[in-house]
Design a protein around this ligand. Structure first.
Ligand SMILES: *[C@@H]1O[C@H](CO)[C@@H](O)[C@H](O)[C@H]1NC(C)=O
Ligand SMILES: *[C@@H]1O[C@H](CO)[C@@H](O)[C@H](O)[C@H]1NC(C)=O
Ligand SMILES: *[C@@H]1O[C@H](CO)[C@@H](O)[C@H](O)[C@H]1NC(C)=O
Ligand SMILES: *[C@@H]1O[C@H](CO)[C@@H](O)[C@H](O)[C@H]1NC(C)=O
Ligand SMILES: *[C@@H]1O[C@H](CO)[C@@H](O)[C@H](O)[C@H]1NC(C)=O
Ligand SMILES: *[C@@H]1O[C@H](CO)[C@@H](O)[C@H](O)[C@H]1NC(C)=O
Length: 499
């Protein structure tokens, strides 16, 4: 009983084993092209290792995981390799597998098997490249430029960007990612024509699509303007200020606005980098602080503040000199400095013997030292001898000239003992004499008081002396011979200095 049961079990097992081994298909092998062009025909091969002799095997190609859509199908008989043609579509790209199963569905118990995974790449040649800017094609420096390269067709694309026909190599400011070019903080150098070139490759064939050129203009922002003004005399007692605002950089048109403190006086838009604006002016009055604002895009730039205060030239005009010595302390050069006490817009003129000295000559040059001085430098020689003076006038009104004192220069005079040395020597000498005379005088008075009367002889001598003094037109204590000498020397000194 037990034995027969065992035999039945064994028999069943044997029966099952023979049946399943007979129909075990094994895993099919899928082979075929690794890539293909879209819309072309690609042929795949699927081969079953254990092909049943008398059954048809159904071979199907699927995308891995998606078994609802058959991409290609073939029914194999007698173990032939299944050649499965496929019209290539974009969606065929990916991991493909081949499924093998017995076609007669009434035979049950035989499982379908799946092949190896075959990666298949579908290539669509690039077509119709076009640049799409994300913003305006005219932009200001410092802003960001973003360009996209759009295609009407193509996959597995690499992009190149050209700027004025030069390849853009990526850098920290020029980023190329996928189909996008980003330039952060553009400068005027980034102006020009841009083109993108899209490329893909199939079987060593390169497909290119070039976009048409897009012109990008980077406009310079306007630089901080400089402000200045000149004074105009329109009529007697009628003046105006011509204010000039000037920027060195910036793409026109530029709007310049003139402010008085925080109050806008006027504005003007020009196609240049400078503008002139006229204002009525009253002399000797502080008329506010002026400021230029300039703008050609978003940020506005500002000039410094310039006080509008015009003071006419006035007061004494002084002239100072400085000597330059050569060897042996001989004076070889001389600098005169001319300065007026008042005046915001002075014009200086230098004269030698009443001829105007302009800019530069054989022995001199003239230099204004703003704000309030002018210098005349001379080399001392025969040609530079003469009388010098300077004149200061308002640069907007030359009828207001004020003259300095005159200075006589010649080489011999300059190289004589300097005046102040002569002065000190003679001054000390005179002082000494004065002291001596004072002593004598005190002595005489003291003696008079002590002896009261004088002898007749002495009186007579006195009289004689007085007569002699009258003749010489000298009064005082002429019994002192040194005093006479001083007076004479003083006369000499006078002639010497009064050049
Ligand atoms: C399918 O298999 C059954 C049983 O083996 C057989 O009777 C039938 O004829 C087969 N059908 C075809 C279409 O081969
Ligand atoms: C690639 O091109 C060569 C010749 O250029 C050709 O023989 C070969 O069949 C091509 N391969 C495919 C996959 O088209
Ligand atoms: C220029 O002046 C006009 C009035 O004169 C004013 O309306 C305008 O806003 C000013 N423009 C600028 C840029 O300040
Ligand atoms: C500027 O404003 C002040 C008062 O705020 C005024 O006195 C002055 O005349 C103004 N200057 C100009 C040039 O308009
Ligand atoms: C200027 O005048 C003086 C005499 O006053 C004369 O000696 C000198 O040569 C003159 N200089 C020139 C450059 O004319
Ligand atoms: C003053 O200036 C006017 C115009 O610039 C000129 O014609 C005239 O000669 C000048 N006068 C003097 C004294 O320099």
């Amino acid at each position: 009983m037990l034995d027969s049961f065992f035999v039945i079990i064994l028999g069943l097992c044997c029966c099952c084993r023979t049946q399943s081994s007979q129909f075990f298909l094994g895993h099919p092998r899928l082979d075929g092209p690794k890539e293909a062009l879209v819309k072309s025909i690609a042929e795949f091969q699927c081969e079953v290792p254990n092909h049943p002799m008398d059954e048809k095997v159904l071979l199907q190609i699927f995308k891995l995981g998606d078994y609802s859509r058959t991409l290609g199908v073939y029914t194999s008989i007698e173990g032939k390799v299944g050649n499965i043609p496929m019209k290539v579509k974009m969606q065929h790209e990916g991991n493909l597998v081949c499924k093998a199963s017995i076609q007669n569905t009434s035979i049950s118990g035989i499982n379908a098997t799946f092949s190896n995974i075959h990666y298949f790449k579908v290539i669509e040649p690039v077509k119709g490249a076009q640049i799409i800017p994300s913003g305006l094609v005219e932009l200001f420096e410092e802003s960001t430029l973003e360009l996209r390269c759009e295609l009407s067709a193509g996959n597995h694309v690499s992009y190149k960007w050209l700027h004025n026909d030069q390849l853009i190599s990526p850098s920290s400011s020029h980023r190329v990612s996928d189909n996008q070019l980003t330039i952060s903080r553009v400068t005027s150098k980034d102006s020009g024509s841009y083109m993108c070139v899209a490329t893909n490759v199939f079987n060593q064939t390169v497909f290119n699509a070039r976009s048409s050129e897009v012109e990008i203009t980077v406009k310079d922002l306007v630089s901080a303007p400089d402000i200045s003004f000149t004074v105009l005399k329109e009529a007697p007692h009628k003046y105006s200020a011509r204010v000039r605002c000037q920027s060195t950089q910036g793409a026109p048109p530029i709007t310049f606005s003139l402010y008085n403190g925080s109050h806008q006086i006027t504005n003007v838009t020009v196609d240049e980098r400078h503008a002139e604006l006229k204002l009525p002016l009253v002399l000797n009055r502080h008329m506010g602080d002026l400021c230029c604002h300039a703008s050609n895009g978003e940020p506005t730039t500002y000039s410094r503040r310039l006080p509008l205060h015009v003071v006419p030239v006035g007061g004494p005009v002084t002239i100072e000199s400085k000597y330059d010595s050569g060897e042996n302390y001989a004076i070889i050069g001389l600098r005169f400095y001319c300065k007026a006490d008042k005046g915001s817009h002075p014009r200086y003129q230098w004269f030698l013997n009443k001829t105007l000295l302009q800019d530069q000559g054989s022995f001199y040059y003239v230099m204004d030292l703003p704000p309030k001085q002018s210098m005349l430098a001379l080399s001392v020689g025969r040609s530079s001898a003469g009388t010098y003076h300077c004149e200061v006038s308002d640069n907007f009104d030359n009828t207001t000239a004020i003259s300095s004192k005159r200075r006589y220069i010649d080489k011999e005079v300059l190289n004589r003992i300097p005046d102040y040395v002569v002065g000190i020597v003679f001054g000390s000498f005179a002082f000494l004499i004065f002291l001596v005379s004072a002593c004598c005088c005190i002595g005489v008075i003291f003696r008079k008081r002590q002896y009261g009367e004088k002898s007749l002889w002495s009186l007579q001598t006195q009289r004689h002396k007085a007569a002699y003094e009258d003749e010489l037109d000298l009064s005082g204590y002429s019994d002192n011979p040194d005093l006479l000498k001083v007076v004479k020397m003083d006369e000499f000194d006078q002639a010497f200095c009064g050049k």
